[in-house]
Design a protein around this ligand. Structure first.
Ligand SMILES: Cc1cc2nc3c(=O)[nH]c(=O)nc-3n(C[C@H](O)[C@H](O)[C@H](O)COP(=O)(O)OP(=O)(O)OC[C@H]3O[C@@H](n4cnc5c(N)ncnc54)[C@H](O)[C@@H]3O)c2cc1C
Length: 404
């Protein structure tokens, strides 16, 4: 019987896995099952160009329809997988259809973390994960409307940047003492706080949201013991991995489906890739990453493992965020105790913060600074040692930085 690979989840990782299977000569059948009614699409523009209206919906899709047909891949969309039977090697869809598999890839991503406060289900309170979410949020973006953003992370701040430029009155509520606190250095947070305030965004730091208030629809946000008027609310307080299918069949899950460096689970027929996984990174840390890079690279490794050619996943993690005219690019994983080295001038809106660990470059956060990001990423992969004072010296071009 011809081989049949099944991929659960029709997102970034799924599209890449199909592309790699095809490129590597897999000639069996593939079925991709997604619960959203869309073929795999890119999410990053959802809080950036698609939200602002600068990008049309058609451009979100990762591959044309013909790509899947040519790859021998059936897309089953708008249908969730309800369960997996490991012994029979079958999956059951909601609605009853049962499909056999030889190899199974779990690429189920994440879902938004809901905020457990009164009024959370009031009309006017939005979350942002998929195309449909942006379409409804965008419809509420009227000039002069009061937008309350709950959570000063990447998504909340990207939405704030788009909204304030469209003439909304924007307030960001962040429970911690600085924005993007879990993701970037204090230097970066301070810089982005200044930029947002200069653009007209009100930042309420150290301010947890206690409730959403309103009769029939949200009209204010209760935070820091006060009511703040709001016409629209966007909650962006993180995501939770979709691990239930894996958990139900006894696969190890720990804030993500635990996979080895080749994306394998303990079941030799089941693999996992993307936001839903937890794996050991290039420098030995167990992490769950939420990024396009991780979804793409892990999916490539998963496809190879599925066709019997497992290879170790050692890519340096990288990420980006667009806010206003600022491209933030991050490579590597920062850690408490890193020595922070500033290169360039934040007031010129072009600088980088390097994280040095035991003399080696461990991570870089670059704002409008492509050479720092590109060379920094290479230095991280090589474990290169560069003295902090040299990293800080802008008279040494980045391309020569490692030649001490
Ligand atoms: C608004 C937004 C902005 C972002 N910006 C950036 C950025 O700037 N840079 C960056 O690197 N990353 C960014 N990301 C993160 C990036 O998009 C994700 O890391 C990436 O999409 C992960 O790919 P994935 O395939 O693992 O999961 P997803 O793309 O989320 O795909 C998983 C799919 O599986 C489906 N699914 C789950 N359970 C089932 C089931 N039982 N049956 C069928 N289908 C199921 C889900 O509904 C989903 O459609 C952003 C994400 C969002 C939401």
């Amino acid at each position: 019987m011809a081989e049949h690979f099944v991929i659960i989840g029709a997102g970034q990782a799924a599209a890449q896995a199909v592309a790699t299977l095809k490129a590597e000569g897999y000639s069996g059948a593939i079925t991709v099952i997604g619960d959203e009614p869309f073929a795999p699409y890119q999410r990053p523009p959802l809080s950036k160009a698609y939200l602002s209206g600068a990008m049309e919906r058609d451009r979100l899709f990762l591959k044309p329809d013909a790509f899947y047909a040519e790859a021998g891949c059936e897309l089953v969309l708008g249908t969730a997988v309800a369960s997996i039977d490991r012994l029979q090697r079958t999956i059951a869809l909601v609605g009853g259809r049962v499909l056999p598999y030889n190899k199974l890839l779990l690429a189920t991503g994440t879902r938004v973390r809901r905020i457990p406060v009164p009024g959370e289900t009031l009309p006017g309170v939005h979350y942002l994960r998929g195309i449909a979410d942006v379409d409804t949020l965008r419809a509420a973006f009227e000039k002069g409307a009061k937008l309350a953003v709950v959570g000063g992370g990447y998504i909340g701040l990207e939405v704030a940047a788009v909204a304030v430029r469209q003439g909304l009155e924007v307030t960001v509520f962040e429970a911690l003492e600085r924005v993007m606190a879990r993701a970037v250095s204090p230097e970066l947070s301070t810089f982005y706080q200044r930029v947002h305030r200069e653009a007209g965004v009100r930042l309420e730091l150290n301010t947890g949201v206690e409730a959403f208030e309103g009769e029939g629809r949200v009209s204010s946000v209760r935070a820091g013991g006060k009511s703040h008027p709001a016409d629209v609310v966007l909650v962006g307080i993180g995501v939770v991995p979709n691990v239930e299918l894996a958990k139900d069949i006894g696969l190890p899950c720990e804030d993500g489906i635990v996979v080895d460096d080749c994306t394998r689970t303990p079941d030799p027929a089941i693999f996992a890739a993307g936001d839903c996984t937890r794996h050991t990174t290039h420098n030995g840390r167990l992490v769950r990453l939420e990024s396009v890079q991780n979804a793409i690279d892990q999916a490539k490794h998963a496809a190879l493992a599925m066709i019997g050619r497992p290879t170790s996943y050692k890519e340096v993690p990288w990420f980006w965020s667009d806010q206003y005219d600022l491209k933030l690019q991050i490579a590597g994983l920062a850690q408490a105790g890193d020595v922070l080295v500033l290169r360039g001038d934040p007031s010129a809106r072009k600088f980088a913060v390097f994280h040095s660990r035991n003399g080696a470059v461990a991570a870089v956060e670059a704002v409008n600074a492509a050479p720092e990001y590109i060379v920094g990423r290479k230095l991280i992969a090589e474990g290169a040692k560069v003295a902090p004072e040299r990293l800080a010296d802008t008279s040494v071009p980045m391309k020569n930085i490692a030649q001490a």
